[in-house]
Ligand binder design. Structure first.
Ligand code: NAD
Ligand code: LMR
Length: 334
């Protein structure tokens, strides 16, 4: 008998989710032997009459793909239905920023969404649920959801730094004139924001320290780091809308790693509820270097060293997350 996995996706008619749901349905993530039930949430018609109608259209198109791995598609405006028995909850539904905005400008607009969704996940999800928050500002939205859904263990709640990770890998590969697979051991420390620290000091290119392959330290510090931090803004400035299929790809990669594992000798980046690793206060949702055996659990890579440049960047992103926590403290039950 084939396995069935229920995947809830919020904001399912939005730009990121439109790229995400077709790949979840296709068998790419959970394999050809697993049947997928997509449980798609959108806002009620009273909030936006087009959203559920667009979702209905997406459901028909998913049916028309004829995927052997797609068992069912549920569309709903009720979080209790969307999260019912779900094994994965991908929380994408939230307003994106526009030109001139920081992700943190969304904090009060989007934060409240994650109070009700955290509660609904705790009430309805399967006992093995894993949650990935994509909606921005994703670290702090994840903190809100987790704080309101504490019946679900802390290690199940993740926020997405995988897009930043993929961006950093690609930027180093282009600079070194190699393909992406030659770049390993990249870390996005901290917040999915322009304070994140894309750590090149522990990264490798072709198995050698990245700093030995790219010897232009000024480029690493003054071009690679800010360009990775500001890549989301760069996309918005270029297209007037925020990233969509690359964001969906980051979410796919995050879940795929949890299902199939990270390669030996490498790690990836994920923001998770800190247990105090690297001196981060426990409970904060912080981006770390992570491995997984494919058992659905992230393990933080311990013992990495940062130089003075990295220490300063680490402190800055940690300070920002502590400030964000303060801004939403009324949404965090004690
Ligand atoms: P979008 O506006 O195209 O879609 C968002 C969808 O969410 C809309 O269809 C909206 O109706 C829905 N929605 C809003 N509130 C909801 C709720 N309470 N329940 C269910 N659905 C709800 O936006 P998008 O471009 O798809 O981006 C979605 C979010 O993802 C934004 O916050 C964006 O900033 C974020 N994002 C994060 C990353 C990352 O790397 N973490 C990358 C890209 C985008
Ligand atoms: C991104 O990094 O592309 C997203 O978080 C969207 C944004 O607002 O930058």
């Amino acid at each position: 008998m084939s396995k069935v996995v229920r995947v809830a996706v919020t904001g399912a008619a939005g730009r990121v989710s439109s790229s995400l749901i077709v790949r979840l349905a296709s068998g790419e993530v959970f394999g050809p032997e697993t049947k997928v039930i997509l449980q798609l949430l959108e806002v009620p018609a009273s909030v936006n009459p087009a959203a559920l109608k667009n979702l209905e259209g997406a459901m028909y198109e998913l049916q028309d793909c004829g995927f052997s791995t797609l068992k069912d598609v549920v569309i709903t405006d009720d979080p209790n239905v969307a999260f019912n028995g779900c094994n994965y909850a991908l929380l994408v539904g939230a307003a994106p920023r526009g030109p001139g905005e920081q992700r943190s400008d969304l904090i009060r607009k989007n934060g409240a969404i994650f109070v009700g969704q955290g509660q609904a996940i705790a009430k309805n999800a399967a006992s093995d649920v894993r949650i990935l928050v994509v909606g921005n500002p994703c670290n702090t939205n994840c903190l809100i959801a987790y704080s309101n859904g504490r019946d679900v263990p802390a290690d199940r709640w993740h926020a997405m730094t995988r897009l930043d990770h993929n961006r950093a890998v690609s930027a180093l590969a282009i600079k070194a004139g190699v393909t992406n697979d030659a770049v390993t051991c990249v870390t996005i420390w901290g917040n999915h924001s322009n304070t994140q620290y894309p750590d090149f000091t522990n990264a490798k290119i072709g198995g050698r320290p990245a700093t030995e392959v790219i010897t232009d330290r000024a480029w690493l510090e003054n071009t690679f780091v800010p360009n990775t931090q500001e890549r989301g803004k760069f996309i918005i400035d270029t297209t007037k809308v925020s990233s969509s299929f690359s964001a969906a790809n980051g979410a796919i990669d995050h879940v795929k790693s949890l299902v199939t594992g990270t390669p030996a000798g490498d790690w990836t980046s994920a923001a998770i509820v800190s247990k105090g690793e690297y001196g981060v206060p426990a409970g904060l949702v912080f981006g770390y270097p992570c491995t997984t055996s494919g058992d659905g659990n992230w393990n933080v890579v311990e013992g990495l060293k940062l130089d003075a440049f990295g220490e300063a960047k680490f402190k800055k992103t940690l300070d920002e997350l502590l400030k964000e926590q303060e801004v939403v403290k009324d949404l965090l039950p004690s």
